[in-house]
Design a protein around this ligand. Structure first.
Ligand code: HEC
Length: 243
C-alpha cells in the first residue's frame, strides 16, 4: 500500500490522474442524492405562497439575524417531534429563498410556530421578552413597532421571487403594495382582493394592535404566525404513517 503510494508520488501524470479519480468519487457522493430528488421531495399541491406582508416580515427576520438563534427545521428525532410537532418536510421550504433552516438553537425551533401564541403575545414578547418569559435572554426588538413598513418596492421583490421559481402571478405582483396594507388593516378598502389571490385562510388582522399604520412589527408577526402553515403536508396520512 505505502509502496504503491511512494511510486505514484514520483509519477506526476499518474498521481494527477489518481487525484482526479479520488476527488471524482467524493464529487459523485455529493451529487448522487440529487438523482432521487423527485422521489424525496413530497408533493404539496395546495401550498400557498407568502403574501407580500409575510415576505416583508421574513426580510425583517433575516435583517435582524433571528436565524442566528432560531432554527426552522424539526429533525426526525423523537424528542424533537414530541416537543415541536411533525418533522419538517423538504416541500415546506419550497418557497424559502434563502432557506432559514439555521444551524444553532439558542432559542427554540420555530418551524411550527404559527398559531401557537396570539398576536398580542408576540408583540409583548418582541417588545421585551422578559415581560412574558422572565428568564429569557432574547434581545428586545421594540423599535420594530415604531418603524413604518416600507412597502412600495414589494412588487419587485415578488418579481425576484418569481425569477427563482415561486409562482407569483402578474396580479399578485401588481397588487403587492396594496395587499400589504390590506392584510394589516382589516377595515381598509385595500383588503378586498387579498383572499382571492392568496386563499381564504389568509389572515387579515391588525397584527401589532395599533390601528392606522403598518409597521415592521405587523410584518414580522404576520410572518411568525404563518410559520408551518403554508401547507398541511406534514400532517397528511402519508407523512403520519412514516412517523
Ligand atoms: C440571542 C439569541 C436570540 C435572538 C437573536 C432571537 N431570539 Fe427569539 N428566543 C431566544 C430564546 C433564548 C428564546 C426562549 C425564551 C423566550 O421565549 O423568550 C426565544 C424565544 C422566541 C420565541 C418563542 C418561541 C416559542 O415557541 O416559545 C419567538 C417567537 C422568538 N424567539 C422570535 C424571535 C424573533 C422574531 C427574533 C428576531 C427578531 C428572535 N427571536 C431573535 C433567543 C433569541
Amino acid at each position: 500500500m505505502f509502496g504503491l503510494h511512494y511510486k505514484l508520488e514520483r509519477n506526476t501524470i499518474g498521481f494527477a490522474l489518481a487525484v482526479i479519480v479520488v476527488a471524482g468519487i467524493g464529487g459523485f457522493v455529493e451529487i448522487a442524492p440529487l438523482f432521487t430528488v423527485d422521489e424525496t421531495v413530497e408533493e404539496a399541491p395546495n401550498m400557498r405562497v407568502y403574501t407580500p406582508l409575510e415576505l416583508a416580515g421574513r426580510n425583517i427576520y433575516i435583517r435582524e439575524g433571528c436565524y442566528a438563534c432560531h432554527s426552522q427545521m424539526i429533525r426526525t428525532l423523537r424528542d424533537e417531534v414530541e416537543r415541536y410537532g411533525p418533522y419538517s418536510l423538504a416541500v415546506e421550504s419550497k418557497y424559502d429563498h434563502p432557506m432559514l433552516w439555521g444551524s444553532k438553537r439558542t432559542g427554540p425551533d420555530i418551524a411550527r410556530l404559527g398559531g401557537k401564541y396570539s398576536d398580542q403575545w408576540h408583540v409583548a414578547h418582541l417588545n421585551n421578552p422578559r415581560d412574558v418569559v422572565p428568564e429569557s435572554i432574547m434581545p428586545s426588538y421594540a423599535y420594530l413597532g415604531r418603524a413604518e413598513l416600507k412597502a412600495n418596492d414589494l412588487g419587485l421583490h415578488l418579481k425576484a421571487m418569481r425569477a427563482v421559481g415561486v409562482p407569483y402571478t402578474d396580479e399578485m405582483i401588481a397588487n403587492a403594495t396594496s395587499d400589504t396594507y390590506g392584510q394589516a388593516m382589516p377595515d381598509s378598502t385595500f383588503s378586498s382582493g387579498l383572499s382571492k389571490r392568496y386563499g381564504d385562510k389568509t389572515t387579515v388582522r391588525d397584527f401589532d394592535g395599533v390601528a392606522g399604520q403598518v409597521t415592521e412589527m405587523d410584518a414580522l408577526v404576520a410572518y411568525l404566525q404563518i410559520l408551518g402553515k403554508l401547507t398541511d403536508a406534514a400532517y397528511s396520512p402519508v407523512a403520519k404513517a412514516e412517523d
